[in-house]
Design a protein around this ligand. Structure first.
Ligand code: ATP
Length: 236
């Protein structure tokens, strides 16, 4: 049976600059995978390619066995793949609730577990702050809005790019606690994570990237710390 999401020899460019070189990953139904790697390894580029923000050759990205690599972001969202982008990218002048509602526009009439109510149950502070402009929120609360906005499309694949950036450890803990519930709702998840320990804790499988290539993959229980270190930072 086809994987939920798969890349085959994925390459990605910014103009003439090649950022991703022949990457093969797969995500199965119900799985959480983590993509780890240092700054500039190509993790965000991989996520943008999966989300249709960067267009690729159609056959380089498959969703349930169908080629989607050439689709743009709106079509990818409609298929059930939603991105929580690095840096959150909220609409600053809109309220929390308006930002959340924007997430549901991309994928009209898709029934699923995620509604304003269930997102407020997941992140109760957002209900309290629902009439505030997004910019009035703390960084952690803004990250919750960004996750909620992506969930509002009831995705079967949730892509999360560096949720931790600039957040305090206690906030990171709250956000990761929500992941168990998101997973239980049926969504498969890909997280980009620079923190190896966090990635090993949350993921069923890990992919490590360096300089645009996958340098290591496996289940946390199978991976040796020294091998991860070498795959992440390079030898020597
Ligand atoms: P980070 O943790 O810093 O986000 P990353 O692993 O997500 O790192 P990418 O952002 O995917 O890495 O970047 C991969 C390579 O592509 C880097 O060399 C980066 O400088 C380059 N790059 C990323 N975005 C652009 C862009 N918009 N234009 C040109 N080059 C880019």
């Amino acid at each position: 049976m086809a994987s939920l999401v798969e890349t085959r020899g994925l390459t990605a460019f910014y103009g003439d600059f090649q950022a991703v070189f022949g990457v093969d990953i797969r995500l199965e139904v119900g799985e959480t995978i983590a993509v780890i790697g240092a700054n500039g390894a190509g993790k965000s580029t991989l996520m943008r390619s999966l989300a249709g923000v960067i267009a690729n050759s159609a056959e380089m990205v498959l969703h349930r066995g169908e080629p989607i690599g050439a689709l743009g972001a709106p079509d990818v969202v409609r298929r059930g793949i939603a991105l929580v982008p690095e840096g959150r990218r909220l609409f600053p002048s809109l309220t929390v609730e308006e930002n959340l509602l924007i997430g549901s526009y991309g994928r009209q009439v898709v029934a699923g577990p995620w509604t304003l109510e269930s997102i407020y149950a997941l992140f109760p502070i957002l209900k309290e702050r629902r009439r505030n402009p997004a910019t009035a929120l703390s960084g952690g609360q803004q990250q919750m809005v960004a996750i909620g906005r992506a969930l509002m499309s009831n995705p079967d694949v949730l892509l999360c790019d560096e949720l931790n950036l600039g957040l305090a450890p206690v906030v990171i803990k709250d956000i990761y606690a929500a992941f168990a519930k998101i997973k239980a709702s049926g969504a498969a998840i890909i997280i980009v994570e620079q923190d190896i320990v966090q990635a090993l804790k949350v993921a069923d499988r890990i992919y490590c990237m360096m300089e645009g290539r996958i340098t290591l993959t496996g289940r946390p229980s199978e991976l040796d710390r020294a091998d991860i270190h070498a795959a992440y930072f390079g030898a020597g």
